[in-house]
Ligand binder design. Structure first.
Ligand code: FAD
Length: 422
């Protein structure tokens, strides 16, 4: 059992020092005045230094998760269920406890009243408990919120945070840093006020406000995949005049066949969304004198068209957050390469969720998946691997789902072979 005694929580943060400890422990009022107590048994210590020196904390747990997102919440669920005495710490940069991220582009943006935390904390989407602050306190799981990890030493399984504190994993370090939206950094105007991407709760809140303020006004959504389709549907439902710009022949080319896409495109058009597809690119984002977005320049076959926009939402894909592990573990297909136990090339260091490239048992390919069901199942499998209870290698059937307007779809397996539409 861990005996972590000193821990830091940013405002709104949550922590419990040990498993089995009931209730949330108040963070020390003055960080630099802490002196290690004899009962910390070396698990969590702050070196005694001269008063003026910055004092760092070290906390030690059996299992540590880097990243406090969707998959991290399911690690907590699985570990608490299977081994409640194994100490666990989650370190994440968001200011909120792990939640079901898919909610952000759905009822979060358009429902009345909008879906908000704590309503969709993990593991409600997977049929589990709503893991709110009381749940983590009760289970003795320490969650360090608003904490940016800036360094990872895989040999000692140690994280260093932006404030210089260290968090050590005695048995297993799980990397669950997810992915970051690709910004159109090569497109002039990409950073204007009024240009949005959507990944985290805070971004969702900003986008919600922007769409509310743009009722009846033009909104351009760049991208015709998952995020583009869902945000466009939400913006149209809010009452914005939506145009979607994407270069592909049809929506969701990765998963939809042309006839299924045609059905959706008709549906969107009927809902008033204008589709600017088939080779059309967003070439420039235009701003006004105050640096606020006012439109885009769209280009097809060298022909440029100006499209007005009060809000521009960019949904053109995401990149796995692997930077901290660059050079430290093997990478493949843009993610951290793991084996069937979800263990990376560094012993005791696992990767799960969007950041993991794993062997897909179905066809033997090395695959990275940015889908919530994979986040949930990799979390459960990594915990089983760590505890030595996994029945075999990770065996996942790809599963995707989405909801737009009144339509929902589910997709199982791979988009390969012949298609038969029924
Ligand atoms: P995340 O949930 O992204 O969690 C990663 C966490 O790590 C984040 O909180 C991040 O802040 C933190 N982090 C990263 N780097 C650091 C660092 N250095 N220090 C501290 N913390 C760090 N999938 C579906 O199947 N269906 C859907 O309908 C669907 N809708 C989606 C809608 C949106 C808007 C988004 C963004 C995704 C959607 N997904 C959907 C995908 C799904 O949400 C992801 O697959 C899932 O969130 C992956 O979980 P994860 O834990 O790997 O990553």
């Amino acid at each position: 059992m861990a005996t972590t005694a000193a821990f830091l929580l940013p405002a709104g943060g949550l922590g419990a020092a040990t498993r089995g400890l009931r209730g949330v422990r108040a963070p020390p009022a003055v960080r630099s005045s802490f002196t290690p107590a004899p009962w910390t048994a070396g698990r969590s210590t702050r070196a005694a230094r001269p008063a003026a020196a910055v004092v760092m904390a070290t906390s030690t747990y059996k299992v540590v998760v880097l990243g406090g997102g969707n998959a991290a919440g399911y690690v907590a669920k699985s570990l608490v269920e299977a081994s409640p005495d194994t100490s666990l710490c989650i370190v994440g940069r968001e200011e909120v406890l792990p939640y079901e991220r898919p909610a952000l582009s759905k009822a979060f943006l358009f429902a009345e009243p909008p879906a908000r935390l704590p309503g969709f904390h993990t593991s409600v989407g997977g049929g589990g408990a709503r893991q709110d602050a009381a749940w983590y306190a009760d289970k003795g799981v320490d969650v360090k919120l608003s904490t940016e990890v800036t360094g990872v030493d895989v040999a000692s399984k140690t994280l260093t945070t932006a404030s210089g504190d260290t968090v050590v994993a005695e048995e297993a370090l799980i990397i669950a840093t997810g992915a970051a939206p690709i910004a159109l950094t090569k497109t002039p105007g990409w950073d204007l006020d009024g240009v949005y991407t959507l990944r985290e709760n805070a971004e969702g809140l900003r986008l919600y406000d922007a769409l509310q303020a743009a009722k009846g006004e033009p909104v351009v959504v760049v991208g015709g995949g998952y995020i583009g389709m869902e945000v466009a549907a939400a913006a149209a439902t809010v009452g914005c005049k939506v145009k979607m710009v994407y270069p592909d022949k049809h929506m969701m080319p990765r998963l939809f066949t042309p006839d299924i896409a045609a059905h959706y495109e008709r549906y969107y058009t009927d809902k008033g969304v204008e589709l600017l597809s088939d080779g059309r690119l967003c070439e420039e984002i235009l701003g006004d004198d105050d640096g606020k977005v006012r439109g885009i320049i769209m280009c097809k076959d060298g022909e440029k068209t100006e499209v007005a926009a009060k809000v521009v939402v960019v949904g053109v894909g995401a990149k796995a957050n692997v930077q901290l592990l660059d050079g430290a573990v093997a990478m493949e297909a843009g993610g951290i390469k793991v084996n069937g136990s979800l263990e990376s090339s560094a012993p005791g260091v696992y990767a799960i969720g969007d950041v993991a490239t794993f062997p897909l048992a179905l066809d033997g390919s090395m695959t990275r998946m940015e889908h919530v069901q994979n986040a949930r199942e990799t979390a459960a499998h990594a915990v089983a691997s760590i505890l030595g209870t996994a029945a075999g290698d990770y065996d996942y059937t790809p599963y995707f789902y989405s909801r737009v307007f009144g339509l929902g779809w589910k997709f199982y397996g791979r988009n390969a072979g012949a298609n038969v539409t029924v």
